[in-house]
Ligand binder design. Structure first.
Ligand code: B12
Length: 215
């Protein structure tokens, strides 16, 4: 019975269908299925397939976005039940994410956030146009393992360096890894400003975040 439900959950993510994903999550709670099993054996299994199809070129960006949205829709139903039951999903690490000061591009940043969250990271998405000192303050508040910085403009990518400088000034740099991305950002830029990781896309962000956590 549950096996069939898990398959349907995975399929809802593969199909990028948030409504179906959410309905199945509610159905699983109503029929007493363990929410942790639903996340791991249903939805996360579906995300793995989406990631593979994207890597092999069969799926494109919109499929990745929809898969992430479907997963988020299901988690919105299941995570409160998990917390109420006193069980937490295993968290791989805590990430403070945002688009840097002067930059209002949010789509890629949101996609990176939902992929990280769907793959087991606790993500605090600060939003867009975020000041450097705000990143440092929130990293301290949440005891972040990683600060992830998005920038889509050649002018605003300079602020990624400012955030690193603020983390140094706040005495946090030795405790917090920094990951950067956005279309004008390159590995060479990441190296130049002393960031710990760079990824070209949201799937790569998950790989890099896991590497930074030593997983
Ligand atoms: C949509 C868009 C907008 C929308 C944004 C809407 C929104 N709510 O986000 C609006 C209309 C507001 C906008 C405004 C502007 N834009 Co604009 N915009 C774009 C556009 C067309 C698409 C961006 C997008 O969403 N891509 C889809 C997402 C999924 O991809 P992505 O953002 O690159 O993110 C992926 C990766 O980069 C990576 N990634 C992103 N962030 C991070 C973070 C980390 C940590 C990691 C690891 C990875 C990562 O993973 C993501 C997912 O795979 C781009 C062109 C382009 N093709 O990129 C121009 C573009 C970025 N914009 C541009 C410009 C010039 C502007 C404006 C200055 C225009 C103007 N004169 O007003 C303003 C700037 C406003 C501001 N202050 O920020 C230029 C930038 C040129 C440059 N190199 O500096 C571009 C490249 C267009 C162009 N070819 O000229 N824009």
């Amino acid at each position: 019975m549950s096996e069939e439900l898990f398959k349907q959950m995975a399929q809802a993510v593969i199909d990028g269908d948030p409504d179906q994903a959410q309905a199945l999550a509610q159905q699983s709670l109503d029929t007493g299925v363990d929410p942790l099993e639903a996340i791991n054996r249903g939805y996360t299994a579906g995300m793995d397939v989406v990631g593979e199809l994207y890597s092999s070129g069969e799926y494109f960006l919109p499929d990745l976005i929809l898969g992430g949205e479907a997963m988020k829709a299901a988690l919105a139903v299941l995570e409160p039940a998990l917390k109420a039951g006193g069980r937490q999903r295993k968290v791989l690490g805590t990430i403070v994410l945002g688009t840097v000061k002067g930059d209002i591009h949010e789509i890629g940043k949101a996609l990176v956030g939902s992929m990280l969250s769907a793959n087991g990271f606790q993500v605090y998405d600060l939003g867009i146009d975020i000041e450097a000192d705000e990143f440092a303050a929130r990293a301290r508040e949440h005891s972040a393992d990683i600060v992830a910085l998005s920038a889509l403009l050649t002018t605003t990518m300079l602020h990624q360096r400012d955030v690193i400088e603020h983390l140094v000034e706040a005495g946090l740099r030795d405790r917090v890894k920094v990951m950067v991305g956005g279309s004008p950002v390159t590995q060479a830029w990441a190296d130049q400003i002393g960031a710990d990781g760079y990824a070209e896309d949201a799937a790569g962000a998950v790989t890099v975040a896991k590497r930074l956590m030593g997983i």
